[in-house]
Design a protein. Structure first.
Length: 378
């Protein structure tokens, strides 16, 4: 994308995925089960795409919220207060995907740069094979830093496809000297007999400095896609040094999650999905001149506009042209013996831990795109 020349800055911003499980009211209906299966893989026709890039979608998980859950993490008086807030914030970053439609596969070097209040977020597609996305976010007011490195790998299991999200999420509370490492649940697509999607698997959140650790288990709660409670979550917070359980966690991440203090049996609300991720407004363009040529909302603008207007022929051509430009750039670099290098991140690989990313800059500057704060924000 860094080498691409886009003649005009036509930025298309769409509503983020919210509690309602969709980003636009496109009256989307996948025609048949085969297209549902194809929607989980690459080179999709635009009919099966949401009008936004996956890279953009990752960023929206962080800055598109009605309530500021992140600053609470740094505001906690004690280590356990901060761990509880980190668990609540982590839950707030989960969204239910749209079954049968997925965002665009990001182009190498594509970026997304946005802000919410004092939190500034920058993402870059740092690899194409595998498709790795790096995220760096800083909030200088609250002394918070986020560093993510993640990529999804789909695997077939008969009538189920698991979208495993590899890579770490790091939340650093700089003033407290605490670093929290966490992973993501698996996105499970059930194809037959009843199509559906759910978050499943275990998520571990650990702070090495305090020894506190949280374990969350996401369950589909259904048998063959029927019945059960999709969205169920159970977990606990423990002191890893003594393995002593301090809190129990239960509820539904897409409704209400409760936390129970083991010492006195008192229970309170940990996370309210309706208040935090319901009916999220569309991000706004604050500074057109500040939009980079690699900005996701600019790179895919022509495709997104055509999908929104349901002009599928135009959307197919725009997407095909964009992907062809990328292929030509890859061939050009190969013929010149050039190796592509990310602009904003260092990319590393360890056989034991996999891929890792680290930002080249210490601070993320305010982005040209911002998420509107509302009356419910803290």
């Amino acid at each position: 994308v860094q080498d691409m020349k886009i003649e005009k800055k036509d930025v298309v911003l769409t509503p983020p995925l919210s509690l309602e499980g969709k980003s636009l009211d496109l009256d989307y209906k996948s025609p048949n089960i085969l297209q549902l299966i194809f929607s989980l893989f690459k080179n999709l026709p635009p009919l099966l795409n949401l009008p936004k890039s996956q890279l953009q979608g990752y960023g929206e998980l962080v800055y598109c919220v009605n309530q500021d859950m992140l600053s609470k993490c740094a505001a906690g008086e004690t280590p356990i207060d901060r761990m509880i807030s980190v668990v609540a914030w982590n839950i707030s970053t989960f969204r239910m995907p749209v079954f049968g439609a997925i965002p665009y596969n990001p182009i190498l070097g594509e970026t997304h740069h946005a802000s919410r209040g004092t939190l500034n977020v920058l993402l870059e597609q740092v690899s194409h094979h595998p498709p790795i996305t790096a995220l760096h976010a800083t909030d200088e007011t609250n002394n918070i830093e986020l560093i993510w490195c993640q990529y999804a790998v789909p695997k077939f299991y008969g009538t189920v496809v698991d979208g495993k999200i590899h890579g770490e999420r790091r939340l650093n509370l700089l003033q407290k000297g605490e670093n929290y490492v966490m992973h993501s649940p698996t996105i499970q697509y059930r194809l037959l007999p009843k199509p559906g999607v759910a978050l499943v698997g275990n998520v571990n959140i650990k702070c090495q400095e305090t020894g506190l650790e949280a374990e969350l288990s996401f369950k589909s709660g259904s048998i063959l896609g029927f019945g059960g409670e999709i969205g169920a979550i159970k977990g606990k917070i423990i002191d890893s040094s003594s393995l002593k359980k301090l809190y129990d966690i239960h509820g539904r991440w897409d409704r209400t999650v409760y936390i129970k203090d083991i010492t006195n049996d008192s229970t309170k609300v940990l996370f309210n999905a309706k208040e935090t991720i319901s009916k999220l407004p569309t991000p706004i363009l604050r500074d057109l001149e500040g939009v980079w040529q690699s900005e996701s909302a600019l790179v895919w603008a022509e495709v997104s506009k055509s999908i929104i207007s349901k002009d599928w022929d135009k959307a197919s051509k725009a997407k095909r042209d964009l992907e062809e430009k990328e292929r030509k750039l890859v061939k050009q670099r190969k013929s010149l013996g050039e190796e592509w290098v990310p602009k904003h991140f260092y990319l590393s690989y360890n056989p034991e831990f996999g891929w890792g990313c680290s930002p080249k800059q210490k601070i993320v500057q305010p982005g040209p795109i911002s998420f509107p704060l509302n009356s419910t924000s803290l």
